[in-house]
Design a protein around this ligand. Structure first.
Ligand SMILES: Nc1ncnc2c1ncn2[C@@H]1O[C@H](COP(=O)(O)OP(=O)(O)OP(=O)(O)O)[C@@H](O)[C@H]1O
Ligand SMILES: [Mg+2]
Length: 326
């Protein structure tokens, strides 16, 4: 198919409001899910959309995939209008939403893919060749004849990806494709995403895993409360926090009191702690770097220990936290 000359995705002043009605049909509440976003994704680009829960990522994807109409603004997909060219757009894109819905559980993976190939009008001789290839790519060849209800969550997610590719779309939307997968399964999916990019596909991906966005995406838009608060390459986004470094502590028996004490120290920008496991990880963002260490050690309560401490460069997550919290 002819590649469009313009960008694969073009979004201008896009807005979406959700109106919740009360029992009598009156407007109970209006939520502004998107309040005017602009961005473009080039052909062949792997573009990320990150942001906290409720930021508007899925709403954006639903509009771009014609599943939801915008309240205002414009969005073009492969040069086509999301308001007018619904069917042409749907033929040329693939969509993967994280989760288990959207597959037929009572039949096999092969039958699912046959069904969706038919739905997309894929020529049956093409489908006969493509379906086993796709099952191979997503690592389901040996379980392809089993009913999908017997699949694990990770296997269903792989099948979702195969399903999104039956009609060989040029543009692929992935909404949290690795959510709930074990580390190996998530890594397999990331490798699949890289392969799709290498084949020249354009990909828009959302994720809550910052390292995943950093590893995969060429450019990332950070979205918060329905607005894009930053849009750049991962390294430029990280540059926004180059004024800080991060003291990463591994501690034993540290509690929230210690975290609070660290937060009260002068020159501490932010403290992010994972206290759930036996050994805790505490990340202290500070412009002082190693010079803050004596105070960090002095604040340690009796009984707690620092097992290990390292000074690290800020990550995309550090930049992200600053962007969405400020
Ligand atoms: N069908 C709906 N009716 C009313 N409000 C909705 C509806 N769908 C989404 N919203 C609201 O729109 C806002 C954006 O939601 P959206 O699902 O786009 O967020 P998200 O960035 O995908 O979040 P998450 O990371 O949790 O998936 C939220 O405030 C949400 O509550
Ligand atoms: Mg979402």
């Amino acid at each position: 198919m002819q590649k469009p000359l313009g960008p694969a995705i073009s979004v201008k002043g896009l807005t979406r409001e959700y109106v919740t009605r009360n029992f009598f049909g009156g407007v109970a509440r209006t939520t502004s899910a998107l309040s005017g976003i602009d961005f473009e994704v080039a052909n062949g680009e792997l573009f990320g959309l990150i942001g906290p829960n409720g930021a508007g990522k899925t709403t954006t994807i639903k509009i771009l995939t014609t599943l939801l109409t915008p309240t205002g603004g414009d969005a073009r997909i492969l040069g086509l209008d999301v308001r007018k060219d619904l069917y042409e757009i749907r033929r040329r894109i693939g969509i993967v939403f994280g989760g288990e819905r959207g597959l037929y559980n009572r039949v096999s993976a092969v039958d699912n893919l046959r069904y969706f190939s038919d739905l997309y009008g894929v020529d049956s001789s093409v489908a006969r060749k493509r379906i086993p290839e796709l099952l191979e790519v997503v690592g389901l060849s040996d379980r392809a004849q089993e009913k999908v209800e017997k699949y694990s969550r990770g296997m269903k997610q792989r099948l979702h990806i195969a399903k999104a590719l039956v009609h060989d779309p040029e543009l692929i939307f992935l909404d949290e494709p690795t959510i709930g997968l074990d580390p190996g399964g998530a890594r397999d999916i990331r490798n699949m995403v890289r392969d799709l990019k290498a084949q020249g596909k354009t990909i828009l991906l959302t994720t809550h895993y910052m390292f995943e966005a950093e590893e995969l995406c060429q450019r990332i838009a950070v979205i918060s409360k329905g607005k894009i608060v930053a849009l750049d390459t991962p390294s430029e986004l990280k540059n926004m926090v180059r004024d800080i470094s991060v003291i990463e502590l591994r501690t034993f028996e540290a509690t929230m009191d210690y975290v609070e004490a660290l937060r009260k120290l002068p020159n501490v920008v932010r403290v992010v702690a994972d206290l759930d496991s036996e050994q805790q990880t505490i990340r202290v963002q500070t412009p002082l770097g190693a010079d803050l260490l004596p105070k960090v050690t002095a604040a340690l309560p009796a009984g707690a220990r620092i097992i290990d401490r390292t000074i690290k460069e800020p990550t995309l997550e550090d930049a992200y936290l600053r962007l969405v919290e400020e």
